[in-house]
Design a binder for this molecule. Structure first.
Ligand SMILES: [Zn+2]
Length: 236
């Protein structure tokens, strides 16, 4: 009995360590995911602004090509004026030139408006890029720190798990199941000390006969109130 008690105590100590490590790991992984999401969010804004700027630049390019084409047409029409014979034809060409110039003015206005939009969005993008750089600088140290702590946890857990499983396998099968279930359901306290007639897990008083039997009986007993496995420290 004493041997099993010692084994269970050691097992529970290791399981509590592993449980604590798993909890810390989860918290760090959550923090890392949140930092990553924060950076992704800003990166997405930068990407979206870059795409918008590129889109506007391509629209401006099309407008500039159209303007250049129209300016060519105006120049050609003006070149034709000197060779025109009739007044009617002259007036028609002048009208054509006037219409083309108005169209060009409209194209120039649209190009200016595009330039304004491009400038504005480029400034926004620069601002977001600055924000991203500052954020990256701010969190990169923390991310490296988290990575190194997690690697330490891996190493620590790996070292404990093999030994823990070795202990676990030394227990009789029904006791393994009882222990495992209680560890999960009783907040990592499957086995507790019975002290001064009380269960130290639930603080309820144990039947005196049960408490006394803990000093002599060969089988491990459970608290009738919380089901935890009980042990007593040898009487001095
Ligand atoms: Zn109890």
């Amino acid at each position: 009995m004493q041997e099993k008690v010692e084994l269970l105590k050691e097992l529970q100590g290791i399981d509590q360590d592993l449980h604590r490590i798993a909890g810390s790991r989860k918290a760090l992984e959550k923090e890392r995911a949140e930092l990553g999401a924060e950076m992704d969010k800003v990166q997405e804004m930068v990407d979206s602004l870059t795409a918008e700027v590129e889109n506007l630049q391509s629209e401006r390019k099309e407008l500039a090509a159209a303007l250049s084409q129209e300016e060519d047409n105006v120049a050609k029409a003006e070149g034709r004026l000197s060779a025109i014979k009739t007044q009617k034809e002259y007036v028609a060409v002048l009208k054509e030139i006037d219409t083309a110039k108005k169209l060009n003015k409209d194209l120039q206005d649209r190009i200016s408006a595009k330039n304004g939009e491009i400038e504005g969005l480029s400034r926004d993008r620069e601002e977001k890029e600055g924000e991203l750089a500052a954020l990256t600088e701010k969190v990169s140290g923390r991310l490296a720190e988290i990575g190194s702590v997690l690697a330490g946890y891996d190493e620590e857990s790996a070292g404990k798990i093999g030994y823990r499983d070795g202990l676990f396998e030394q227990l009789p099968l029904p006791l393994r199941k009882r222990y495992q279930l209680l560890f999960e359901r009783r907040g990592g306290m499957a086995m507790v000390e019975a002290r001064n007639g009380n269960c130290s897990g639930c603080n309820m008083q144990l039947p005196p006969q049960l408490f006394n039997s803990l000093y002599t009986i060969q089988e491990i007993q459970s608290c009738p109130h919380c089901n935890r496995l009980l042990f007593v420290l040898p009487a001095v």
